[in-house]
Write a protein that binds this ligand. Structure first.
Ligand code: ATP
Ligand code: MG
Length: 575
């Protein structure tokens, strides 16, 4: 499972360093500015605080916030908190932390749809007065039955022609708490025969007797997304309200409401295709179920596609930003390979991650001709990609640990690492040759007796001979124990959302916990949030579960870049 492949140094042009790639939304914005329809670009990101943000949201954030930033505009964070039964303060806090971590700061522009409840209520009253909204006594099921289908028109509610006064009176009573949940709704009066189902008298308000995280018990009627969203945009002076394709069919309603209300500005909605990733579900409903059913350690489990999970896994924010830039903005839905995310992250980590030594499955090596009490400080390079990262001293002694799978008693054909009688290089130390294999009563190898060549200090021989393999190692007297958690896809199916219930396909081996691993002493104080490369093994970071004396590391990624390989193959195939 562990990869010993070398780090890919291939680095296709870094998306962050190249100028922003154009896309159809950026073109629209540029034209609006050029032709004077818009003076200052104002965008918003409107999460519903009913779960944690995931990597799809990173794309939406980078797009909306990025466009405002590029054009010297303003961007707002607006919580779409219109459904109190599913929303919680915990989610509000997590969403803010995640956006900041991703590298976007909305400054003073944090808003809540609930800030506008009073204004929205007033506007709903104006729609009633204008004969464009009515209180309906039909139940949710009846409303659904009356709505018709794509091929059949809907039917009008028997309550559709109530008088303005009766409607106003009933709406006031709804607000005052006079009716139980679901007893009545407020609907727009548009057209039950409209080809677009969203225009068939959509619901604007529903009765929900529930405590709201911000407004408490002040309200027992709540606006729907459709009624709150565009009007909130207009109140805030949003110019480009960017959302995902599922809202495309809602746009005529968005425009109808803006046209029929005395709103202070005229926002426009634009839609792009949401980001989908192989082996990943992004629906918050599914993610919540993974958490609630205990399939993962929480919303921030390192296997989750949430920003908090990816952060805990050790992915740098820069890698996520680069990835969503690489994906770009599309008009039609597609599924992106998760390997592409990994590729973008490896590009960043290869450049930035300090190299460290760790042995996950230790095998003892005794250097027979090395003095018993001698300790030598070897100079080890911190990052070959970054000379400014310098070197660090690592103690070398007679008793060492190496990786168990770096030795084979009967080496396979292409196995060049340690074997009886064979010489290998210990990185930045000496060449050693295996002289004897020691086994316990059960036949398990417990120790290798080796000799070293004192003339090869630092890893080069005066006679120019070069072993075929270089291994990492630790001095047995200078290690810190650690638990290491390895991760694999949570869902085995690459297209879990297309093929039925993603829960039928949970990977039982998505987490492997290794105990008895050993790491170099400097890793004892590595702060959470810093990702390093364990040489030859992959990228790793301390887990928040880590404590002094009980270190826990997550494997962020292996070193093997399958996406770069696929791309290279593709280029060869088409060459
Ligand atoms: P659900 O998972 O229940 O569909 P949601 O992810 O749409 O909910 P919101 O909080 O409404 O949750 O999302 C906030 C914004 O993020 C919306 O404007 C939405 O268009 C955008 N968004 C959500 N998922 C993605 C995605 N996979 N790719 C790009 N943008 C997304
Ligand atoms: Mg949504």
């Amino acid at each position: 499972m562990l990869s010993s492949a070398p780090v890919s140094t291939e680095s296709p042009s870094s998306p962050e360093s190249s100028p922003e790639r154009g896309d159809f939304i950026r073109e629209i914005v540029a034209a609006d500015l050029r032709e004077g329809r818009v003076q200052t670009v104002v965008t918003r990101f409107p999460p519903e605080p009913n779960g944690y943000l995931h990597i799809g949201h990173a794309q939406a954030i980078r797009l909306s916030f990025g466009i405002a930033r590029e054009n010297g505009g303003r961007y707002h964070l607006r919580f779409d908190d219109t459904n109190p039964t599913k929303e919680e303060q915990e989610y509000i806090d997590a969403i803010e932390a995640d956006i900041r971590w991703l590298g976007f700061d909305w400054g003073e522009h944090r808003y809540f749809a609930s800030d506008y409840f009073e204004q929205l209520f007033e506007w709903a009253g104006e729609l009633i007065t204008a004969g464009k909204a009515y209180v309906d006594d039909l139940s949710a099921d009846e409303i659904r039955e009356h709505r018709g289908t794509f091929t059949e028109p809907g039917r009008e509610s028997p309550w559709r022609d109530r008088s303005v006064d009766e409607n106003l009176d009933l709406f006031e009573h709804m607000r005052a708490g006079g009716f139980p949940d679901g007893a009545r709704v407020l609907r727009a009066k548009i057209d039950m025969a409209a080809p677009n189902i969203n225009l068939r008298d959509p619901v604007l308000y529903r009765i929900v007797h529930a405590e709201h995280p911000r407004t408490g018990a002040a309200w027992c009627i709540y606006p729907t997304y459709d009624f709150a969203h565009g009007q909130s945009d207009a109140i805030e002076g949003i110019t480009h309200s960017i959302c995902t394709l599922e809202f495309e069919a809602h746009r005529p309603l968005y425009d109808w409401l803006i046209d029929n209300l005395p709103v202070p500005s005229r926002p426009h909605q634009y839609e792009f295709a949401r980001l989908n990733l192989t082996h990943t579900v992004m629906s918050k409903r599914v993610l919540l179920r993974l958490v609630n059913e205990g399939h993962v350690r929480g919303w921030d489990d390192p296997r989750m596609p949430t920003l908090s999970g990816l952060r805990r896994r050790g992915l740098p924010a820069e890698g996520i930003r680069d990835f969503v830039a690489m994906v770009g903005v599309a008009k039609s839905a597609k599924v992106v390979e998760v390997e592409m995310l990994e590729h973008a992250v490896r590009n960043v980590l290869n450049r930035t991650a300090a190299r460290r030594f760790a042995v996950l499955d230790p095998l003892k090596v005794v250097i027979e001709n090395y003095p018993e009490d001698q300790v030598e400080e070897m100079e080890v390079v911190n990052n070959p990609e970054d000379p400014s990262a310098g070197t660090r001293p690592l103690p070398f002694t007679r008793e060492l640990w190496i990786e168990r799978d770096d030795f084979m008693e009967e080496p396979a054909r292409k196995f060049f690492r340690l074997a009886p009688g064979r010489e290998v290089r210990l990185r930045s130390a000496y060449f050693v040759t295996c002289r004897e294999v020691v086994k316990d009563a059960a036949g398990t190898i417990v120790e290798l007796r080796c000799t070293y060549d004192p003339d090869t200090r630092g890893g080069a021989a005066p006679d120019g001979r070069r072993p075929k393999a270089t291994l990492h190692w630790l001095s047995a007297a200078h290690t810190v124990p650690a638990e290491v958690r390895l991760y694999d896809y949570l869902l085995r199916n690459p297209y879990p959302e297309a093929d039925g219930d993603p829960f039928d396909d949970l990977n039982p081996d998505s987490e492997t916990v290794l105990r008895g691993c050993l790491v170099e002493p400097s890793l004892a104080d590595l702060p959470v949030g810093e990702t390093v490369q364990f040489e030859r093994l992959g990228y790793f970071c301390p887990d928040p579960d880590s404590a002094s004396g009980a270190l826990v590391f997550n494997r962020t990624l292996t070193l093997r870049d399958t996406w770069a390989k696929l791309q290279a193959q593709g280029r060869q195939d088409t060459a």
